[in-house]
Design a protein around this ligand. Structure first.
Ligand code: PMP
Length: 428
């Protein structure tokens, strides 16, 4: 059933470290052979052996309208004939910047980069340059890309692989990264009190997606906002996952909390390599060439990435009903999963906000990295494979969020729920 994937993985391991270009894809934590994909359309992915899967990762977020969304494909095809890169400014970059500034609250300017990592790296450099301070606070289990300063108590693949301290990240760099447990405001207050006038920024996933999906508890983000205001610290929302997904204006809009800087990723390029950092003029104009905080990129604002993103974001902007539909579909799936797990007699904890969700197998609420780590991740592994065999592609790690697409139909959701029932009965 997976013979071509097996053969491809063998070949890949000869020329690509670990056989993959990004660690989580390797199925390290769930075991087995990673499935090599060939094509995808709408809600489905097809692997090299011709197996079909209902997709719940959607390229880790950007495929919010499903794969190979026709208007995006057409736009890319048309623009590819104009050139794949100019290395000079284009009107298209202004159009997408204007569109995003109109969609997202509290931002006046945006700088395009090529990944979420670059976006977060730039946001921290900008916060340091703007405040003249060196340290920043991040949360255990949150992931902000693979820049050195973020690889301290990181989530996603770092958590999946159980890497405690990343070789290559120097102690000197790591000492400026302070960490606190997610949802633990007193721990953050203590760090701020212990490091007066030294903290440039607090960076947070407003809804965490890199230790499974974890919701901010009431008062947590509000408390961070107040703490930042009282201590002249910049609050950075890493909306690489939540941006344009939870709402047109992202987490800031849906939770009603202002961030000083916002980072975006993947979805801005509709799956092309894009990230961005955005905020008010007063801060953003510290970036070069307006200011001295240097940041650059030969391929930044790439025309193919920009037209793909512009086409997707315009669709989201013009059709608010998409968010309502995503909510309904996600609610329907969660209800069905709860019934499936409940009838199989397994303990579970499902977290969901909008079209982001995840299931941990634990009898207690999952509110931070330590509670996520304590869940029955052995059961998750078996569940993952039992679902894969039944044609459902879940994130290959309990430390990742599931992402819904609006291409999912009720039939797809019913098929997923039926698969979950059968899978649980087979493995429990
Ligand atoms: N921030 C968050 C919240 C993310 O989820 C990710 C990647 N999943 C990143 C930053 C890094 O983005 P990229 O992989 O595009 O560098």
């Amino acid at each position: 059933m997976y013979s071509k994937s097996e053969m491809l993985f063998g070949r890949a391991k000869q020329v690509i470290p670990g056989g993959v270009n990004s660690p989580v894809r390797a199925f390290k934590s769930v075991g087995g052979i990673p499935v090599f994909m060939e094509r995808a359309k709408g809600a489905y992915m097809y692997d090299a052996d011709g197996n079909q899967y209902i997709d719940y990762i959607n390229s880790w977020g950007p495929m919010i309208l499903g794969h190979a969304y026709e208007p995006v494909v057409k736009a890319i095809q048309e623009y590819a004939t104009y050139s794949t890169s100019f290395g000079a400014p284009t009107e298209l970059e202004i159009k997408i910047a204007e569109l995003i500034v109109g969609m997202v609250p509290n931002i006046e300017m945006i700088r395009m980069v090529n990944s979420g990592t670059e976006a977060c790296m730039t946001a921290i450099r900008l916060a340091r340059g703007y405040t003249g301070r060196n340290k920043f606070i991040k949360f255990e289990g949150c992931y902000h890309g693979h820049a050195d300063a973020f690889l301290v108590s990181a989530g996603s693949g770092v958590a999946t692989l159980g890497i405690q301290s990343v070789p290559g990240v120097t102690a000197t760099v790591a000492q400026d990264t302070l960490t606190a447990p997610y949802n633990n405001l007193p721990a953050v207050e203590q760090l701020v009190a212990e490091n007066p006038d030294e903290i440039a920024a607090i960076i947070v996933e407003p809804v965490a997606g890199n230790m499974g999906c974890i919701l901010p508890q009431p008062g947590f983000l509000e408390g961070l906002r107040q703490l930042c205001d009282a201590n002249n610290i910049l609050l950075i929302f890493d909306e690489v996952m939540t941006g344009f997904r939870l709402a047109r204006g992202g987490a800031q809009e849906i939770l009603g909390i202002r961030a000083d800087l916002v980072t975006f990723g993947k979805i801005i390029g509709a799956g092309m390599p894009v990230g961005a950092v955005a905020g008010p003029k007063e801060i953003m104009e510290h970036l070069a060439p307006a200011g001295k905080v240097y940041q650059a990129g030969t391929l930044s604002g790439n025309p193919i990435a920009m037209i793909a993103g512009y086409t997707l974001l315009q669709t989201l902007n013009d059709n608010p009903i998409i968010y309502q539909q995503l909510q309904e579909k996600s609610d329907y799936l969660v209800k069905g999963l709860k019934e499936a797990f409940g009838s199989a007699g397994v303990v579970y904890s499902i977290n969901q906000m909008g079209s982001m969700l995840s299931a941990h197998f634990a009898e207690y609420p999952i509110v931070d990295f330590s509670s996520a780590s304590g869940a029955n991740n052995e059961l998750f592994k078996r569940f993952f494979h039992a679902m894969l065999e039944r044609g459902v592609y879940l994130p290959p790690s309990a430390f990742e969020s599931w992402f819904m697409s609006n291409a999912l139909t009720t039939e797809d959701l019913d098929a997923t729920i039926a698969a979950a029932k059968a899978a649980m009965n087979a493995i429990k």
